[in-house]
Design a protein around this ligand. Structure first.
Ligand SMILES: CC(=O)N[C@H](C=O)[C@@H](O)[C@H](O)[C@H](O)CO
Ligand SMILES: CC(=O)C(=O)O
Length: 309
């Protein structure tokens, strides 16, 4: 893991992890060691984004998030290239506390989405919020997590980036989860000029974002499709667009198939349980556990479609 003097660029494939819960709904950090084994050995995943959307962080307490983040960092040490801890919260104080904690456990970076109950009314307000959180962990690389579909924020990510590198010295880039390729392109253009990174978060259209020159991909499906997407990334690097497209079409087929079976976070988590064999447990209320029979056909389709990866 990084010391504060070495800044490692975040790139390539990053899995946004699920949060293991016991059948009773308590967090289950004891599973994280074998979760990491699975990601490294079976999926070729080298970096993780923990306690994000997929990790249901906004449904967890600050204390729970600290325990999970610590376990990911401890078990990932020397094995994972980067552990990025998402610290976004509705409350600035909670986000600062999590940022401060992330620095003490050796996280490689922090990311945060915008508060979404009381939303910032403009980009300045959001940058001020990010700056206040950054000041609690000034040596940790910080990423803005743009996910307007969840936060309901009506702001271009590009507007949030404007001047941010002078306001927040630890700022390193944006994790962009939106299908707006105009805004994405503008972010890449800005980030190129300021030596910042853009990571893309809509797995089913990653190739479109790679053409826009993003440095990496952060997503939930990479937990179980990592191997195939690593092949997509290397095909793209080798300028083998036919192969890259073929793999993207396979992933799109899987997501389309999954959507017909009501794909959402709870189904997604159950699919991961089926594919990996890891007992990640139910989601946290208000999300309801999906039935095994809902996830099984999707897991089966994944096996069938991706048997050559
Ligand atoms: C809204 C959401 O959670 N997006 C994830 C990442 O940010 C993606 O990884 C999606 O889960 C994935 O693209 C499947 O639709
Ligand atoms: C998918 C993603 O990046 C997240 O879980 O936050």
């Amino acid at each position: 893991m990084a010391s504060s003097t070495v800044v490692k660029e975040l790139r390539g494939l990053v899995a946004a992890t699920f949060t293991p819960l016991t059948p009773e709904g308590e967090i289950n950090p004891s599973l994280i060691g074998s979760y990491i084994d699975y990601l490294i050995e079976k999926q070729g995943v080298k970096s993780v984004f923990v306690n994000g959307t997929t990790g249901e962080s906004l449904s967890l307490s600050v204390e729970e998030r600290k325990r999970l983040a610590k376990e990911w960092c401890e078990k990932g040490k020397g094995r994972l290239e980067q552990v990025i801890v998402h610290v976004g919260c509705m409350s600035l104080k909670d986000a600062q506390e999590l940022a401060r904690h992330a620095a003490t456990i050796g996280a490689d970076g922090i990311a945060l989405l915008s508060p979404s109950f009381f939303k910032p009314t403009n980009a300045d307000a959001l940058r001020m919020f990010l700056q206040e959180v950054a000041s609690a962990a000034p040596d940790l690389p910080l990423y803005y997590y743009h996910i307007p579909g969840m936060t309901g924020l009506n702001l271009d990510a590009k507007d949030v980036l404007e001047g941010i590198e002078t306001q927040i010295p630890s700022f390193r880039g944006v994790k962009f989860t939106s299908t707006d390729l105009r805004d994405l392109g503008q972010c890449v253009s800005y980030c190129r000029a300021h030596r910042l990174s853009v990571l893309y978060g809509v797995d089913e259209q990653l190739l479109g974002a790679l053409i826009m020159d993003v440095q990496g991909a952060v997503g939930s499906t990479y937990n179980y499709l990592g191997r195939a997407i690593n092949h997509l990334l290397s095909a793209f690097e080798a300028a083998d667009l036919d192969r890259a497209r073929k793999i993207q079409f396979q992933l799109q087929h899987i997501i389309t198939f999954a959507k017909k079976h009501g794909f959402d976070l709870t189904v997604n988590k159950q699919v991961m349980c089926e594919v990996s064999g890891l007992p990640l447990g139910p989601p946290r209320l208000p999300l309801l556990r999906c039935s095994q029979s809902q996830a099984l056909p999707i897991a089966e389709e994944i096996r069938k479609v991706l048997k050559d990866h």
